[in-house]
Ligand binder design. Structure first.
Ligand SMILES: *Cc1c(COP(=O)(O)O)cnc(C)c1O
Length: 356
């Protein structure tokens, strides 16, 4: 698809200032333009780029009532000689997998990439230059029918908005504290857990609030049936280095298939680390900790890349990992993945997509 096929309306003047990029925080500043594409009569229409701004909606918008929506989150980086988007094809494929689960029509790969490329070229100045900073990209699709009956919508809107973001952690990478929930579950096999959809967050925010009140960063979710097997941590997948084995929960249907999870598995295999995707019970984690075999725990996600886990609370049991400090493998993963993103490490897996 050619850029010429994207209708572009430029913003009158930029809202960008030096100060905005110096201290952007996370997710509350938006760049000048956004991509919009509507679906009606069984087809996606011509994509357009317009100034970022509010849009009128009907109170009967079915997404507000029934939540037929999906989203993605990926990043663009200011490398030495251009702008890199990290693994856009993988995020696009996952968006369509989520869409299939939510009865949302697929977006063509070339349209997605061409739209993203045109948007990023137009707002290239919004990609922060400082190391550790990036432009967070949020594609999303929502049902656009205005109708109060429960049914699959006949119209949709696909949008991409972008937001300059700072380093996720203020002082380097700080270990997070996780707790299991005795009461709530996030997802069950056959449900929505594998799809990146707002409903999963709706299901998890109460438990996350309770965890925060108790001083924890996030919930470590156990499986929704037996409540024994570790699944993930709300906004990130989890890895456990036990003895010589690096374990991450298998994708059994209720775990979100993280792209960062996949990057970590690929690198671990490449480095000769003994990596397993399998069932992992919380009892096995507690046992490994008691034996002194639990060496590192880390979460993976696009926003923070690698989040070392310093502590896990399960009922009355408190597990401290690596004295609450980041481990060697976690640090190596963080340095290597971010190195690839900024173009300082060779791109051996073809993960970096150059937009300019
Ligand atoms: C997005 C997300 C992740 C992390 O996936 P990445 O592709 O690595 O960003 C993990 N869990 C949930 C529930 C998510 O929504």
């Amino acid at each position: 698809m050619l850029d010429a096929a994207i209708e572009t309306t430029k913003a009158g003047r930029t809202r960008l200032t030096e100060a905005l990029l110096d201290n952007p925080g996370f997710g509350h500043i938006f760049s000048d333009h956004m991509l919009v594409m509507d679906y009606a009569d069984g087809a996606w229409k011509t994509p357009r780029i317009v100034p970022f701004g509010d849009m009128p909606i009907s109170p009967a918008l079915c997404t507000l009532h029934y939540g037929q929506a999906i989203f993605e989150g990926l990043k663009a980086f200011h490398a030495k000689d251009g702008i890199n988007v990290f693994r856009p094809g993988a995020y696009h494929a996952r968006m369509n997998r989520s869409g299939a689960r939510l009865c949302i029509p697929a977006v063509d790969h070339d349209v997605f990439i061409a739209g993203l490329t045109a948007l990023l070229r137009l707002d290239a100045e919004w990609v922060p230059k400082r190391h550790g900073y990036s432009l967070y990209i949020r594609p999303f699709i929502f049902a656009a029918d205005n109708y109060l009956g429960v049914k699959v919508s006949e119209t949709y809107r696909f949008m991409v908005i972008t937001s300059p973001v700072g380093a996720y952690y203020k002082e380097g990478i700080n270990p997070v504290r996780l707790m299991t929930s005795g009461e709530f579950v996030r997802a069950v096999r056959g449900g929505l857990g594998e799809a990146k959809t707002p409903a999963n967050y709706a299901a998890s925010i109460l438990a996350a609030e309770e965890a925060k009140k108790k001083g924890f960063t996030q919930v470590l979710w156990l499986d929704g049936v037996e409540r024994r097997y570790v699944e993930e941590a709300g906004t990130m997948n989890v890895f456990f280095l036990m003895g010589e084995e690096l374990v991450t929960p298998a994708l059994t249907g209720s775990v979100l298939a993280g792209i960062t999870r996949d990057s970590v598995i690929t690198l671990a295999k490449d480095w000769g680390v003994n990596i397993s995707e399998r069932r992992l019970s919380i009892d096995e984690v507690i046992e490994a900790s008691a034996k002194g075999a639990l060496r590192e725990v880390f979460g993976t996600g696009t926003a923070a890349v690698i989040s070392p886990v310093g502590e896990i609370q399960h009922g009355d049991r408190r597990i401290v990992i690596n004295n609450g400090k980041i481990g060697l493998l976690s640090k190596r993963m963080y340095d290597h993945i971010t190195g690839m993103q900024y173009g300082d490490e060779p791109d051996r897996f073809g993960w970096c997509y150059r937009v300019s």
